[in-house]
Design a protein. Structure first.
Length: 165
């Protein structure tokens, strides 16, 4: 039995821009569906089926991302959406870009990105830091594996390094 997890980021109006950015960094396939195209789910704890209610074309939510995914051939996956009826253009619940002050954080999650070689992750690192805030430069560590930390332009904090050898 195979099991996998995919990080799902929740935004308040700029999920499309974030997904397009991650697609430019990692490549692969970009899939985006809007609330106008698919509706909004009406979840219920006691329901045996999820119902999607249409969203009017003139609704401010119609063009927001109801589901988005970047899927690269190397196995990288990240999903995101815009919280329905939320605006502001940041990570949901963050009140703005992620806080990153000298390795002291209040984020509820980091995205850990490991590759097999320093060369492989350096290309991703270079793109993620564009418009972002470097917390720790990508550099060797006392335990040997390279490590770096950056909060990208969308407020997502990434820990970048190489796979344990």
């Amino acid at each position: 039995m195979a099991l996998s997890t995919v990080t799902h980021l929740n935004f308040t109006g700029n999920a499309r821009q974030a997904l397009e950015f991650y697609h430019s960094v990692f490549g692969g396939q970009l899939m985006i569906g809007t609330y106008g195209e698919g509706g909004v789910p009406q979840d219920s704890a006691d329901s045996d089926q999820v119902t999607f209610v249409p969203v009017a074309a003139d609704s401010p939510n119609a063009d927001l991302v109801g589901f988005g995914l970047v899927a690269a051939e190397n196995g990288f996956r990240i999903a995101a959406y815009d919280v329905f009826d939320a605006t502001g253009g940041s990570l949901a619940g963050s009140g703005g870009p992620g806080r990153a002050d000298a390795l002291v954080h209040s984020e509820s999650l980091f995205v850990l990105l490991n590759g097999d070689t320093l060369e492989e992750v350096t290309g991703y690192w270079t793109k993620l830091i564009e418009g972002g805030r470097v917390i720790q430069s990508l550099a060797p560590t006392p335990w040997g594996a390279p490590y770096g930390m950056v909060t990208d332009r969308f407020g997502v904090t990434w820990i970048v390094g190489t796979n344990p050898g």
